[in-house]
Design a protein around this ligand. Structure first.
Ligand SMILES: [Ca+2]
Ligand SMILES: [Ca+2]
Length: 218
């Protein structure tokens, strides 16, 4: 089987759900216990590892891979209604070692992801500036504008999140503006450090400060 093809399909599937095609999610999600295979180069040696995930219980999923000859597995929450999706493969700091964004809940318009990395020994959750397990939300419908992107202003790839809510949802969709925060992070050793936090108010989604684009992190 073509490994690249699997990755592309996994990414598009997760992206479609994140974009709010919630109606298609149950059909795409794996039923309980069915393993999903994704490939990601977790240790950065140039060879992708086979990443297997499966729903272990109603609110529980397992992500597992053999890295450097040893199996490592981690449990994460799962959305019992929708099931699980393949992890989204990304590289949030451009170091050649893949991170995995694992969808843990699906709202009507919003998908929430936990972020995993291989810490040299095992798969573990990336932590935020507060040292707690980090999660990122994407979507928001018209009431909110949530998501992430990557950029490399000085050559090093940085991870950017946008969290904002609509100023007035009664307006026509193309006139709605958002108020919130853009946060720019550097990921190192499995921890996100805040480099910059920019509050913004009354900005349309066409404004660059509100820009989110998940494929820029692949
Ligand atoms: Ca590898
Ligand atoms: Ca990385």
């Amino acid at each position: 089987m073509n490994r690249k093809g699997i990755v592309r399909k996994a990414t598009l599937t997760a992206f479609a759900v994140a974009l709010g095609f919630a109606g298609t999610a149950p059909a795409l999600a794996a039923s309980a216990g069915t393993p999903i295979h994704t490939t990601a180069d977790l240790n950065g040696d140039g060879t992708p590892e086979d990443v297997v995930s499966w729903q272990a219980g109603r609110g529980d999923q397992v992500v597992s891979a053999i890295v450097n000859g040893r199996r490592t597995s981690i449990h994460l929450p799962a959305d019992g209604r929708v099931g699980i999706l393949p992890p989204r493969v990304a590289d949030l700091n451009g170091d050649g070692r893949a991170e995995l964004l694992v969808a843990t809940s699906f709202g009507a318009d919003t998908t929430t992801f936990s972020v995993l990395h291989f810490d040299g020994r095992k798969l573990s959750r990336v932590v935020g500036a507060d040292h707690r397990p980090f999660s990122v939300a994407e979507g928001g419908g018209t009431a909110a504008h949530l998501g992430y992107m990557c950029m490399a202003p000085g050559g090093d790839r940085l991870f950017v999140t946008v969290v904002s809510s609509a100023d007035d949802v009664a307006l026509p969709a193309d006139e709605i503006t958002y108020t919130g925060t853009r946060t720019i992070y550097a990921l190192r050793d499995g921890a996100l450090r805040v480099l910059e936090e920019d509050a913004f108010a009354g900005r349309p989604t066409s404004d660059t400060i509100t820009m989110v684009y998940a494929p820029s992190c692949v």
